[in-house]
Ligand binder design. Structure first.
Ligand code: ZN
Ligand code: FE
Length: 262
């Protein structure tokens, strides 16, 4: 049996820690301190560090954790990440804690961004698949396009959306409530958004994470996974009437709308 923990870091990051009571893996440790504290609190030893992309809030603690624990580091093939690490791309697998994680290329937020998918994580919620998607997919949102194109991000989100609906989506930022404000502006008639927003507001009021989400949930409420729905297309076109109307163009209009939304 494995335990999945969301360790808060900085203002709104989560460092995901998975452990089996003896050994642990951590994803995107932007800061070593919360990880070291959790390892000590749970009496577990860090074996594996998984990195999704090169941004400092995802790699800042890697060197310190490697030195403190001797953990093996895995990361994307084409990004600048401190060595030594094993470089991964689409189709590669990582074995850790007796689990197999497959690597999915998800360019868009950064050019070489990868995600890690485990089909059967054997956690407390029995048998749920797990997805560590870095800054690609957020609950009710997606990452900004710093290095990739809208078409790339759309294809990356399509690849994630094709995973089983009960996959638990471990996003690295608590952006859910602000994303939901935007989602409701895009789809004022989507009733699932009201219910989900109420649940997330209650979680945040109790100082609890809104994550992990599930893919089935995201498919109902995330405008960036719903950019081919008639209502979402209509909203994107109304917001940017002169924008291109192909799939990538609609997605681009939606992403730009969100960039400027307050
Ligand atoms: Zn990032
Ligand atoms: Fe980030």
């Amino acid at each position: 049996m494995k335990k999945l923990l969301a360790l808060p870091a900085f203002s709104d990051n989560y460092l995901w820690l998975l452990h089996n009571g003896q050994h642990a893996l951590v994803v995107d440790p932007g800061d070593a301190q919360p990880v070291l504290a959790a390892l000590q609190a749970h009496g577990v030893q860090l074996q594996t560090i998984l990195v999704t992309h090169h941004h400092p809030d995802h790699i800042g603690g890697v060197d310190e954790l490697r030195q403190a624990t001797g953990a093996a580091v895995y990361g994307p093939a084409r990004e600048r990440i401190p060595e030594p690490l094993t470089r991964l791309a689409q189709g590669h697998t990582v074995h850790a804690l007796g689990l197999e994680f497959s690597v999915i290329d998800v360019p868009g937020h950064t050019a070489g961004h990868i995600a890690y998918y485990c089909a059967d994580a054997n956690t407390d919620e029995q048998g749920s698949p797990l997805l560590f998607c870095g800054d690609t997919l957020f609950s009710a949102g997606c990452g900004r396009l710093f290095e990739g194109t809208p078409a790339q991000m759309l294809a990356s989100l399509d690849a994630l959306a094709a995973l089983p609906g009960h996959t638990r989506v471990c996003c690295t930022h608590e952006y859910t409530l602000s994303n939901l404000k935007f989602a409701r502006a895009v789809e004022p008639g989507n009733a699932a958004l009201f219910d989900y927003q109420a649940r997330c507001q209650a979680l945040r009021a109790a100082d609890l994470p809104t994550l992990p989400s599930t893919l089935a949930q995201e498919l109902q409420i995330n405008p960036f996974l719903r950019s081919r729905q008639a209502d979402v297309i209509a909203a994107a076109v109304a917001h940017n009437p002169s924008g291109p109307r192909d799939e990538a163009g609609i997605f681009a209009s939606l992403r730009e709308w969100k960039n400027n939304y307050r």
